[in-house]
Design a protein around this ligand. Structure first.
Ligand SMILES: NC(=O)c1ccc[n+]([C@@H]2O[C@H](COP(=O)([O-])OP(=O)(O)OC[C@H]3O[C@@H](n4cnc5c(N)ncnc54)[C@H](O)[C@@H]3O)[C@@H](O)[C@H]2O)c1
Length: 265
């Protein structure tokens, strides 16, 4: 199920910063026709678009200020992208937050908006609804597979993303829509999300959980965003429908999540 990104139109939520921004850049470098960035941060969104326009040209970039937790707002980003380029081929549900002390917002951004995005993606990309078929990438986290003591709620939102993507990434949906769904689970990546300044603002369930996270982070590679972006591209081009990938320590590989019966103790 090889997929060619050349000349494709790609919509990226949270593309104004970090992993999403790197995805925008690497995807344009890989020959996509255009990238639309849907992000709530207007200043960063405009700066990101300016930077991409400088490198790739005006006709290849669009920024739409979007709050992805609001479905009709998110849909506006799809509509604006369609208006400009008449088609959407790939959606990357990447917007995320990392703060268990604001867990309602965290669940809204990391889980609910991925549902909005996945449903809208099927609707706008699906060949059953007038699209050409394509790919949805949902960005989860390594914590969504392993869980994490310092960030239990964040980890649960990411397990949700894996569960949703594996359930919709099944032949039933693909046969109707022609939309392949893949999940990418990054490990620690050098972005504002995990900077120490953001973590000092976060209230943890117990205060020593911050130190626990910091200590753990010291022993793992804080990979650059480009490594994840290149992994995302590989998952788009080579990934099977429903596949789950880890992008950690500058490596990118698919994992097999076994059937429950194989897990029986
Ligand atoms: N950085 C890491 O170590 C790491 C590890 C695993 C997974 N991830 C995941 O990668 C994704 C990208 O994170 P990042 O590290 O690049 O962080 P980042 O903070 O650099 O980027 C996240 C972007 O999402 C946007 N956003 C937040 N709420 C939004 C909303 N309601 N509507 C629209 N946009 C919104 C932010 O404005 C920001 O531009 C997230 O889903 C995150 O959970 C990151």
């Amino acid at each position: 199920m090889m997929y060619d990104l050349k000349e494709k139109i790609v919509l990226i939520s949270g593309g104004a910063s970090g992993i999403g921004f790197s995805c925008a850049k690497e995807i344009l470098r890989a020959g996509a026709r255009a990238v639309a960035i849907a992000d709530i941060n207007e200043a960063n969104g405009k700066a990101a678009a300016e930077q991409l326009i400088k490198e790739f040209g005006t006709e290849k970039v669009l920024f739409v200020k979007t709050d992805v937790t609001n479905k009709s707002h998110f849909e506006e980003a799809f509509k604006r992208t369609l208006e400009k380029w008449k088609n959407i081929d790939v959606l990357i549900n990447n917007a995320g937050t990392f703060n268990d002390s604001q867990y309602e917002l965290e669940i809204a951004v990391n889980a609910t908006s991925v549902v909005h995005g996945t449903l809208l993606g099927l609707q706008y990309i699906g060949k059953d609804k007038g699209g050409k078929g394509g790919v949805i990438v949902n960005i989860a986290s390594q914590f969504g597979v392993d869980g994490d003591t310092s960030f239990p709620i964040y980890s649960a939102t990411k397990s949700f993303v894996i569960g949703l993507s594996r359930s919709v990434g099944t032949p039933y949906y693909y046969d109707r829509t022609g939309v392949k769904i893949v999940t990418v689970c990054p490990g620690l990546t050098n972005t504002p999300l995990t900077h120490h300044s953001s973590l000092t603002e976060t209230k943890f369930l117990f205060p020593d959980l911050r130190q626990r996270f910091m200590d753990r982070s010291k022993s793992v590679i804080n990979q650059p965003t480009e490594s994840v972006a290149l992994g995302v591209i590989t998952s788009i081009t080579n990934g099977e429908n429903g596949s789950v990938w880890i992008a950690e320590d500058n490596e990118h590989y698919e994992i097999d999540l076994p059937n429950r019966k194989a897990l029986r103790k």
